[in-house]
Design a protein around this ligand. Structure first.
Ligand SMILES: Cc1cc2nc3c(=O)[nH]c(=O)nc-3n(C[C@H](O)[C@H](O)[C@H](O)COP(=O)(O)OP(=O)(O)OC[C@H]3O[C@@H](n4cnc5c(N)ncnc54)[C@H](O)[C@@H]3O)c2cc1C
Length: 381
């Protein structure tokens, strides 16, 4: 598989599986297991895993293109996929001594969906500071934790879970663990009924004295924070920006279709032909969408050839993308008028989905706090 074949496979699945079901899955808050069943055999669940474990060993450019293609059809599925790729990368980067080969093999075979369970009820969006603490025993650790939101909760085959290290002293002295879906003490702790991304099962989960073997410890004690920053954050921020791009592209396309097809019969013109103000507004949507695409390309270039400004670009991209998605879909709502408000078209789903990016951690506000500190030469934590 190469970049072109991977992206065209994602587009084919988006058109055939995601697009026809997106509206109903959103309405019912239904997780699309059909999407995962299609992405797995196509080899897309192991897109960034190394070749020696059966992955396609492709880079951030391919990952971002796949995510935005999926998001154009259904942002819920794109978010599920993004969380999985971040979890798979964390599993692949596990410390020596962790037993991850069977899991990686299952991912490469397209049979295993994973996800991240970082956010906790106690530290809320400050995912880098879990309040749960692992307790050591002879075989490994026990973890009791309240995870506030877990994408693919109850649907994933495994969860990459954070907890404070048994002997950790600082709030960021966390460790990451791999926990299988059937583990005793691990359960979904409520329903997911979000404003947007309604089909991605982002329910709370509880770990009740969950036993984790030493072999399932993904990082050294206290090294979870570094893995979050070095492995997860760049991919997650890039992927979030790509979700936003897919949403924006779908909003532009949906709005254009409406402006061409909805008519003022008494004037003998379509909305688009009749009203220059609507043409000006869709032009702004197009400018913002292409600007976001250029920003994502720039971030990919910084990830492919890391340099001094890479961290800043990682932080900026998610903050900017969240705002752009909200602005573009808000414009679409206004341009498409009562038809959008009355849910006659997909634009209102895009508007709701667009609002998730800014509140998902690191939130747009937290990113601004980090960027401001970075610009002033202050430590981020
Ligand atoms: C659809 C969805 C899917 C999710 N999936 C996952 C998942 O798979 N795994 C996971 O671990 N988590 C997941 N999350 C959780 C997410 O990452 C955040 O932790 C969660 O959205 C934070 O919500 P909160 O109410 O706890 O925010 P709060 O922490 O209560 O924040 C409230 C407000 O304060 C602002 N704020 C907080 N700290 C600062 C600061 N230092 N400076 C300035 N402003 C600040 C925030 O930006 C926000 O506006 C998901 C969330 C959503 C909505």
């Amino acid at each position: 598989m190469n970049h072109e074949t991977a992206v065209s496979s994602a587009k084919e699945i988006a058109d055939r599986v995601l697009a026809p079901a997106a509206r109903q899955n959103d309405k019912e808050g239904r997780f699309s297991s059909e999407a995962i069943k299609a992405l797995g055999p196509a080899g897309l669940l192991s897109i960034m895993l190394p070749a020696d474990v059966g992955g396609a060993a492709l880079g951030p450019r391919t990952f971002a293109a796949i995510v935005s293609a999926l998001a154009e059809a259904d942002a819920s599925v794109a978010m599920v996929y993004l969380m999985h790729v971040c979890a798979a990368a964390t599993i692949a980067a596990a410390r020596k001594g962790a037993t991850v080969a069977p899991t990686l093999k299952e991912i490469a075979a397209g049979r295993h969906l994973s996800t991240l369970a970082f956010s906790e009820a106690g530290s809320r969006s400050h995912f880098w500071a879990p309040v749960s603490r692992a307790r050591r025993n002879a075989a490994g650790v026990h973890i009791t934790a309240k995870k506030s939101f877990v994408t693919s909760a109850g649907q994933a085959s495994s969860y990459v879970v954070s907890a404070l290290a048994p002997q950790g002293t600082a709030p960021t002295d966390s460790t990451l663990y791999l926990i299988a879906s059937g583990a005793r003490g691990l359960s979904v702790a409520g329903a997911w009924d979000g404003l947007g991304l309604r089909a991605n099962a982002s329910a709370p989960m509880t770990l009740d004295d969950c036993e984790v073997s030493y072999e399932s410890q993904l990082t050294d004690d206290g090294a979870g924070f570094q893995a979050m920053l070095q492995v997860v954050l760049p991919l997650f921020n890039l992927g979030s920006a790509a979700v936003a791009l897919g949403i924006c592209r779908a909003a532009v396309a949906g709005t254009a279709t409406h402006l061409k097809s909805a008519r003022f019969e008494h004037l003998g013109q379509s909305l688009g032909e009749s009203l220059p103000t609507l043409r000006a507004q869709i032009a702004t949507m197009q400018i913002d969408t292409d600007g976001l695409a250029a920003r994502i390309d720039d971030l990919i270039d910084h990830l492919e050839r890391p340099r001094d400004t890479t961290v800043l670009r990682v932080l900026e991209s998610k903050a900017a993308a969240g705002d752009t998605a909200i602005a573009v879909t808000s414009a679409a709502m206004r341009i498409c008028g009562g038809a959008a408000f009355a849910k006659h078209m997909a634009v209102e789903r895009l508007f709701r989905d667009a609002h998730a990016g800014a509140v998902m951690a690191p939130t747009g506000d937290v990113l601004r706090e980090f960027i401001g500190k970075a610009v002033l030469g202050m430590p981020l934590f």
